[in-house]
Write a protein that binds this ligand. Structure first.
Ligand code: AP5
Ligand code: MG
Length: 214
């Protein structure tokens, strides 16, 4: 169960990841979440990553690869893992393959969650995230029961710093230029499954489960 969630900003990677890790009991590794945690704590890594994230640019490859590799060495990843937002360049994918091979392991399945570009902006501008537990909501698609408050833990909801119209547009362009070539990379490796991310949340999850197997 060494899996990757691939897809543009707003495809629903984080949303589906919470459901996948609950069903299959594997850790969810989101490089974006790791960077946001470091930004919140004011670490040197957070300060460096923030410069790129706020502009919608990718954090430099070597930094990301190092962070991901050290996370994958933790004990909870031995039974499998779900990567979200990593790898994001062909270089990162090659480094990941080398790292896993050196540990006698490999990627078993890449889930390519596709959503039309025109839908992504609305999803991201309307996204709200819980400050306390990280749960994701959407002002119209997935509204919390009480406006601004997390249904799960009662924490305050906020809007991500990179969910502005200008930054989202940059993130989508960066995805097309840097990350989309990965579809071809994994197509050649023969381990990619294509998921229609435009369906509703539960339908997308059902398609993911049938791709991964019960
Ligand atoms: P990251 O945090 O990974 O952001 P992202 O890839 O841009 O993706 P998002 O988290 O914005 O979207 P998502 O697909 O998780 O969608 P979600 O489920 O929340 O990365 C942020 C930044 O960190 C990058 O820009 C980069 O700077 C840096 N970074 C991270 N990893 C890196 C790497 N490997 N290399 C270099 N830099 C890196 O859903 C979005 C909204 O849509 C939600 O409101 C949700 O409720 C709604 N929604 C979800 N599914 C549906 C549905 N089926 N129907 C209707 N609404 C839906
Ligand atoms: Mg996400």
């Amino acid at each position: 169960m060494n899996w990757i969630l691939l897809g543009p900003p707003g495809a629903g990677k984080g949303t589906q990841a919470s459901k996948i890790v609950e069903k299959y009991s594997i850790p969810h590794i989101s490089t974006g979440d790791i960077f946001r945690k470091n930004i919140k704590e004011g670490t040197p890594l957070g300060k460096k990553a923030q410069e790129y994230m706020n502009k919608g640019l990718l954090v430099p490859d070597d930094l990301v690869v190092e962070i991901a590799a050290s996370r994958l060495l933790e004990d909870d990843c031995k039974k499998g893992f779900l990567l979200d937002g990593f790898p994001r360049t062909v270089y990162q994918a090659q480094k990941l393959d080398e790292f896993l091979a050196s540990n006698g392991s490999k990627i078993d399945c890449v889930l390519d969650v596709a959503v039309d570009k025109n839908e992504l902006m609305g999803r991201l501008i309307g996204r709200r995230v819980c400050k306390a537990c990280g749960a994701g909501f959407h002002v119209t698609n997935m509204p919390p029961v009480k406006e601004g408050i997390c249904d799960i833990c009662g924490g305050q909801l906020y809007q991500r710093a990179d969910d502005t119209e200008e930054t989202v547009a940059n993130r989508i362009s960066v995805y097309e230029a840097e990350t989309m070539p990965l579809i071809d990379y994994y197509e050649k490796a023969g381990n990619i499954k294509h998921i229609d991310g435009a369906k509703d949340l539960d339908a997308v999850f059902a398609d993911i489960v049938s791709a991964l197997g019960e």
